[in-house]
Design a protein around this ligand. Structure first.
Ligand SMILES: *Cc1c(COP(=O)(O)O)cnc(C)c1O
Length: 413
C-alpha cells in the first residue's frame, strides 16, 4: 500500500487505526498454494487467532481457505463468517472436555492434544472422528526461537506416549482421522521442519484410517527488506516429494494441511498512529504517539521489531528517534530508529501489523481499542468501529449503593 493511501485513511477514519491490504493476503495465500501445487489435496486452514475480524474471515473463506480455531468463540465466529463446519479445525490447548464436546456438536473437526481428554472424549463419543496433536520433540541449533515442540512444551502428545495413545484408541474404538503438529515458532531451518515431518509420518503409520496430515504452521515472515524468511517454495518442493512418497506407501491419497496465521496476514497489516509530542531530551528525541502497548503489545511482549515509517513526510531527511506510546509504564515501540523527520501531528505507520496485533489489543488505561479498515479494490472499508466510552463502561456494575455515604457523616463534629 502507498503512503498516500494510508494517510488518506486516517483523514477519513481517524487514528489510531489498523489497515489491512486484502491484495497482500490473497497473494500470500496463492504463494503458499503454488508452493504445494504438486500435492493432490492441499488444505490451508487460516489460524483465526492471528486476526479474527469477521470480514477478514469472510475474505479467507472466499479464497478457499479453511479455518484453524483455538476457542469455541473462534469456532462461532467462523461459522458466522460462512465457513462450513467441516472446513473448521478446532485445536485447543488445556480447555475443558465440555468445550470440546460443544465444538463437536457444532460439527467441526476436533484436534486433541492430551491423553486425559482423549480417553474421556473417546469413551463418550467413539463415533466422532478425532485428529491428534503430536509433539515431535525436535530442537534445533540451541536457539529457542527455532525449536519445535521441545520437551518442556505444554503442547501436543509426546511421541514417547504413542504406546499409551494406541491403547486408548484401541480400547475406546475411536476413529483417528488426522494427525497434527504445530511448531509454534518461526521456522528458519527447513531441514529441521522436514525432520519433524518424518517423525509425523512414522507416527501416522500406526493409524489405518487417516484422511489428513496437518503440519501446523510457524512460517517466518520478513519484517524489513532483505530480512530472513521461511523459503516456502523450497519447503513446498521437498515436503511435496516426501508427502507423495508417504501416501504411496500408506496406500491412500491423504490431504496435506497447514494452518498459517502470520504468513497470511502479518505483512498485510499497517498500524497508523498520530504523533502527539516530539520531545528532545539530553540523550535522544522521543516521538510520542496517541497509542501504546494497549493497541500493539508485541514490541513490549516479545521484542518484535515493527518497522516504523513516517507517512506524512516520506521524503523528509532521516533522523534517529525513539518512538514511544502514552501508557504510564515503559512503552517503547522502537529505539534508535531512522525515520523521515517527524513533526507533531504526523502519522506514523507500523508495518507487519496484521498478525497478533489487533487481536491482542486491550482497554488498558481505559483507552478505546482502534478502528479497523480493509483496503479492498483500492477502496477503504471500515470493518470495525473505534470504541466509545460505552464500550468501557458497558459491562461494569456500578456498586454505587455501597458507597453512597452522606458527606456530613464523614465530617467530625
Ligand atoms: C497460533 C497457531 C497457528 C498459527 O501460527 P503462525 O505462526 O501465526 O502461522 C497455527 N496452528 C495452531 C494450532 C496455532 O495455535
Amino acid at each position: 500500500m502507498k503512503s498516500a493511501d494510508l494517510l488518506k485513511i486516517t483523514k477519513t477514519h481517524g487514528a489510531p487505526v489498523y489497515v489491512y491490504d486484502a491484495e497482500k493476503i490473497s497473494s500470500q495465500f496463492k504463494r503458499l498454494t503454488d508452493a504445494f501445487k504438486g500435492v493432490g489435496q492441499l488444505r490451508l486452514n487460516y489460524a483465526a487467532k492471528a486476526l479474527s475480524n469477521i470480514s477478514i474471515l469472510r475474505l479467507m473463506n472466499s479464497l478457499g481457505s479453511g479455518l484453524d480455531t483455538v476457542s469455541i468463540q473462534e469456532v462461532q465466529l467462523g461459522l458466522l463468517a460462512g465457513f462450513k463446519p467441516e472446513s473448521i479445525i478446532y485445536t485447543p490447548n488445556g480447555v475443558s472436555l465440555e468445550e470440546i464436546e460443544e465444538a463437536a456438536t457444532l460439527g467441526v473437526q476436533i484436534n486433541i492434544d492430551n491423553l486425559s481428554v482423549l480417553e474421556q472424549f473417546g469413551s463418550k463419543h467413539p463415533d466422532v472422528p478425532v485428529c491428534i496433536r503430536i509433539n515431535p520433540h525436535v530442537m534445533a541449533g540451541g536457539n529457542s526461537n527455532i525449536s519445535v515442540g521441545h520437551i518442556d512444551s505444554k503442547f501436543g502428545i509426546s511421541i514417547h506416549q504413542i504406546p499409551h495413545l494406541l491403547r486408548i484408541v484401541e480400547l475406546t474404538k475411536m476413529n483417528i482421522n488426522g494427525i497434527h503438529m504445530h511448531t509454534g515458532s518461526d521456522i528458519l531451518d527447513i531441514d529441521v521442519f522436514l525432520y519433524a515431518s518424518e517423525i509425523l509420518f512414522e507416527t501416522a503409520k500406526n493409524f489405518k484410517d487417516l484422511d489428513f496430515i496437518d503440519f501446523g504452521s510457524g512460517f517466518k515472515v520478513p519484517y524489513k527488506p532483505g530480512d530472513i524468511e521461511t523459503n516456502v517454495e523450497e519447503l513446498g518442493k521437498k515436503l511435496t516429494t516426501r508427502f507423495n512418497e508417504f501416501c504411496a506407501e500408506y496406500g491412500k491419497e491423504l490431504t496435506l494441511a497447514f494452518e498459517p496465521g502470520k504468513f497470511l496476514v502479518s505483512e498485510a497489516g499497517f498500524f497508523l498512529a498520530k504523533v502527539n509530542v516530539v520531545k528532545q531530551t539530553t540523550s535522544t528525541v522521543f516521538a510520542s504517539v496517541d497509542s501504546g502497548f494497549n493497541h500493539l503489545i508485541r514490541p513490549m511482549l516479545y521484542g518484535s521489531q515493527h518497522e516504523i515509517v513516517n507517512v506524512s513526510n516520506p521524503k523528509g531527511r532521516e533522523r534517529y528517534y525513539s518512538v514511544v506510546g502514552y501508557i504510564c509504564e515503559t512503552d517503547t515501540f522502537g529505539s534508535n530508529r531512522l525515520i523521515n523527520e517527524i513533526s507533531e501531528g504526523d502519522i506514523l505507520a507500523f508495518k507487519n501489523a496484521g498478525a497478533y496485533c489487533f487481536t491482542m489489543a486491550s482497554n488498558y488505561n481505559s483507552r478505546y481499542r482502534p478502528a479497523e479498515v480493509l483496503w479492498y479494490n483500492n477502496e477503504a472499508h471500515l470493518i470495525r468501529k473505534r470504541e466509545t466510552f460505552d464500550d468501557i463502561i458497558n459491562n461494569q456494575v456500578d456498586a454505587k449503593h455501597l458507597f453512597d455515604v452522606k458527606r456530613e457523616k464523614l465530617v467530625a463534629k
